[in-house]
Write a protein that binds this ligand. Sequence first.
Ligand SMILES: [Zn+2]
Length: 255
Amino acid sequence: MEVFFIIVFALFGLVFGSFFNVVGLRLCKGENLAFPGSHCPKCNHMLKYYELVPVFSYIFLKGRCKNCKEKISIMYPVIEMFTAVLFAVCYYVYGFTPELFLGLLLCSLFIIIIVTDLNYYIIPDSIVITFGILIFIYNIITKGILDAATYVLFGFIMFLFMFALMKFGNFLFKEESLGGGDIKLMGILGMTVKPLVSALSLTLAAIIALPCSLFFLIKKKDKIIPFGPFIVAAFIILIFTGIDTKDIIDFLMRM
Ligand SMILES: [Zn+2]
């Protein structure tokens, strides 16, 4: 039965991943999410249902538009498969518990941010606000209104912390260090865990980002490195491993 549901969640992930591709790209371009339907960006050929099947259509079409043979970005099937893996892992780790919902929410946010941040170096406000509200509702249902309010405060603390960090970074490097999107993102992620765990996530994000940014700098001569995906990745790692404030304090005490 376990395997059955893992497959079901992976399939859900494929479909949602396909949707997140559209959401991420269209929000950045300021387009409507529903209209017009999916089409080739070059020749505007409207995609038929059999050209819209996640991953399989890409393979079946050999990565090209059926009409004009323009190459389709490999990012589409990669994002779809990545979402499938994350959704399946979410179910595997949490089973049918309330935390499953939070895991799926964060993974969804993660995927959309990968699409927007890697393509356009932005995290749209509409995404930050939507997920902020969803996490707030999740907190009310699982923790009650009082704790949910406390966690909003936690988010606000992280927001201010990131803001201060950005000001300090700008002063130190004499150029833009952190994006506004990263600061707001940290604010809503701060609503999911206690501030100490948030701080740990941020540290972990910086540790993961360091080798990647060196790679970007050397390989692509690109100085702009999106930080958003690293922040969410760190949060997902910490939430999947279930590390709590108590564990961090215990660890620090033993050092
Ligand atoms: Zn085309």
